[in-house]
Design a binder for this molecule. Structure first.
Ligand code: ADP
Length: 453
């Protein structure tokens, strides 16, 4: 407002000066009042013209792209130009900030592991991230503004979208047919829709595995329980001779043992899954493992097989001794159970050229068809269910072995030929093998083997 008073005074002074000049000139022409009035009018006209020029300059700047500064006039027009320019710059700054925020927001959604797609009220695609494009088989640029139902034709999706996503979420196969999607639609703004998609293939697989596992466990437990219930009924209702009673009790003991083995294997699996990673600085002796194994194998085979146990290089292994033993014991017990009488079983420990080590369990048993090998370590997978059960198998042995080896960073290798025999290898990584005090590639191991966990 500091321009208001000087401007008013200057305006009045200029008009008065014009009037005075006109008046003085009018004295000579004998018409001072008329010329005085004309002088005042001429001054006012000059003022108006000046204002018009300044206003025009400002308007010209405003009509353009407002680059550079606004016309810097003095007084009213100067202040007007300055204030308009300042307001404009402030707005531009705000817009730039909003733009940055929007870009950051969109990049955050872009980085989301889930698919996000925005639709207008007519279901035209406004924006979608890369994951949504992959899930629905879209091109994030080319397909913008396209009606989504023209591009994603899965009937479940189309019906769900038309229903406004009212029933929670739906599941259907993604565009490439290899992923299972869970899709949720939420309305926002004025009829806009947010489509969220999630790849639930892995979750579905885990759920299915869990369901199968529970069904398998229930089945495995129900069979001996049914047998036991039958025997209890027999014992209760029938007058049995002493010989019959003993026979029934022995069969009952067999079934109970079967359940105990199953529960024990299940607990072992649960422990392996939840347990901490095996230590790399606790050592056990491969020779001791083999000696203990040899004794158990003789007890199990009871002279029906030729058994051979051999250590090629005395070594120590880092990890959990009981787990190594459990893995080896499962392989040896399988070899005995699936090798007919008179067959031979050979168990060897050796260190391989790359510093890793292996227990090799080789038998001349019934062998396994190639097609079964990839699934053999799955829980409850059996090639011949009745043979496995007859010999006290639970179908969990090899999955325990596989778990143990994976936990120790090693692997389980299987080769077999039907009718000829099988060869199973427990491969222990170099880091966990110590020969004569040197670990795998030659790193020194602790001097004394510590007791196993
Ligand atoms: P099981 O308790 O049934 O033996 P495993 O997980 O140990 O369960 O083995 C899975 C299946 O692999 C067995 O049912 C059997 O059919 C097959 N198998 C395992 N080891 C051998 C072997 N040495 N010779 C032949 N078949 C074997």
């Amino acid at each position: 407002m500091n321009w208001l008073f000087p401007r008013a005074v200057a305006g009045v002074m200029l008009v008065l000066a014009g009037a005075a000049a006109g008046y003085v000139a009018g004295l000579a022409l004998k018409s001072p009042l008329l010329l005085g009035l004309l002088g005042a009018l001429a001054s006012a006209a000059v003022l108006i013209l000046l204002d018009t020029l300044r206003g025009h300059r400002l308007l010209h700047w405003l009509r353009g792209n407002q680059q550079g500064t606004a016309p810097r006039d003095a007084g009213l027009w100067g202040e007007l130009g300055y204030r308009i320019e300042r307001a404009l710059r402030k707005r531009e700054q705000q817009v730039a900030q909003e733009q940055t925020r929007l870009t950051q927001f969109l990049s955050a959604i872009e980085a989301s592991p889930n698919g996000v797609m925005m639709l207008d009220p007519e279901d035209h695609i406004q924006w979608c991230n890369r994951v949504a494009a992959e899930h629905f088989g879209l091109d994030p640029q080319r397909d913008l503004q396209q009606r989504v139902t023209n591009l994603v034709r899965a009937p479940a999706f189309v019906a769900y979208l038309q229903g406004g996503g009212s029933k929670g979420s739906i599941q259907f196969l993604g565009a490439r047919g290899d992923v299972m999607l869970s899709v949720t639609v939420r309305e926002y703004g004025e009829g806009m829709k947010l489509v969220l998609s999630q790849d639930i293939t892995e979750r579905e697989r885990a759920d299915r595995m869990r369901r199968d596992f529970v069904a398998n466990v229930s089945h495995e437990i129900r069979t001996p329980l049914t047998v036991l219930a039958g025997f209890i009924e027999t014992l209760t209702n029938l007058p049995l001779t002493e010989v019959e009673r003993k026979r029934v009790l022995s069969l009952m003991a067999q079934q109970t043992e079967r359940m105990q083995t199953l529960v024990s294997d299940l607990l072992t699996l649960a422990r392996l899954e939840g347990g901490p990673r095996p230590p790399t600085d606790v050592w056990c002796d491969a020779g001791q493992l083999m000696a203990q194994m040899e004794q158990d194998a003789h007890n199990l085979s009871r002279g029906r097989h030729r058994l051979s146990f051999r250590i090629e290089q005395p070594s120590r292994l880092a990890g959990v001794e009981s787990e190594y033993f459990s893995a080896l014991s499962n392989l040896v017990s399988n070899a005995i159970r699936y090798t007919p009488e008179g067959g031979s079983i050979e168990v060897v420990w050796r260190v391989r050229p790359d510093g890793s080590g292996e227990f090799v369990v080789k038998d001349t048993g019934i062998g396994i068809d190639k097609e079964h090998l990839p699934r053999l370590a799955e829980r409850f997978y059996r090639v011949d269910g009745s043979r496995s059960r007859e010999t006290g198998g639970t179908g969990l042995g090899l999955s325990i072995v596989k778990h143990v080896m994976q936990r120790h960073g090693g692997e389980l290798d299987m080769r077999s030929e039907p009718g000829k025999g099988s060869e199973f290898r427990l491969i222990v990584p170099a880091l966990r093998v110590s020969v004569g005090g040197a670990i795998g590639g030659g790193v020194k191991a602790p001097a004394a083997p510590a007791a196993s966990a």
